[in-house]
Unconditional design. Sequence first.
Length: 263
Amino acid sequence: MKDFSIFAIDFPVEGAVLKGELIVPSDQRGSVIFAPSGGLADRDGNDEDVGFAPLLQVAEGLADHGIVSLRFDGRGITSPQTTLEDFLALIQQATRLPEIGETPCLIGHNVGCTLALVAANRLVEQVGKLVLIAPPISPLNELLAYRAQAGELLSISPPETQMQALAVLQTDYAQRKAFLPGGFSIPCPALVVQGTMDWIFPPAESQRLVAQLAGKGTRLLLDGLDHWLVSTTTWRNAQENLSPDFIVSPIAISQIAEWVIPK
C-alpha cells in the first residue's frame, strides 16, 4: 500500500490557471518541483495518453522515500518565454506551501532541464538543489544528428549487438569538438543523471554539462538505462518507445532520492 496522499491544486498565472498534482508522503523528508517538459507533454511526461507516465513514476517513487513532489500541466504549445514565466510564477507560489517549503529541489527531464537551470538562476533564494535528467546542452542540429545516426544504426543491428553498437557511436560523439554555449553559473548543487543506453541524447551531454557547472555538478551515469531511465538492452523505435508496461528504474529513483533528501 502506498503511504502518501495526492491533492489536486491550481496555480493562477498571467492569463491562465495551471493544474497541478501534489503528492505528500506521511513521512516528509524533502520536496521537489518538476519542470514542464514543454510542447504537448503533460505533467506525467506523456505526449499523449499512452499510460507510461515516467514523471509520475518518479514522483511516486520519490514519495516512497519521503519526498513531497509537485507536477503540473503547462498551457500546451506556447512560447519558451511564456513557459518560463509560468514556471517561475508557479515556483514562487509553491514555495509558500508548507509541504514544499522555501527551498525545494527542481527536477527537469529532457528540455525541462533548461527551464530548471534558468529558474535556479532567477530564483536564487527559492531553489535548494537541481536534478537534471538526460539534459540537452549541445546545439539542436548536433543532437538531432546523433538521434538519427543512432536510429539508423540500431535499426539494422541484431538485438544482441545493439548495446555495443550504441557505445561505439557514443564514444565517437564524445570525441568530437563540443560546440557549447557560454558557461553555466548556478547558485546551488546539481545532480546530472543519464543512462548509458540513451539513444535520444548522447551521455556525453551530461558529462559536458557537469564540466560547465563550476564544481557544483555531480554526474550519475546509470548503466543499461535509456532516456527515460528504463532498464533495457535493446533499442526501440518511436512506435515502441512509450509502452505502458515500461518501468522507471527503482534503483535510479532511489539514488535520486538519496541525493535530494537534506543531509
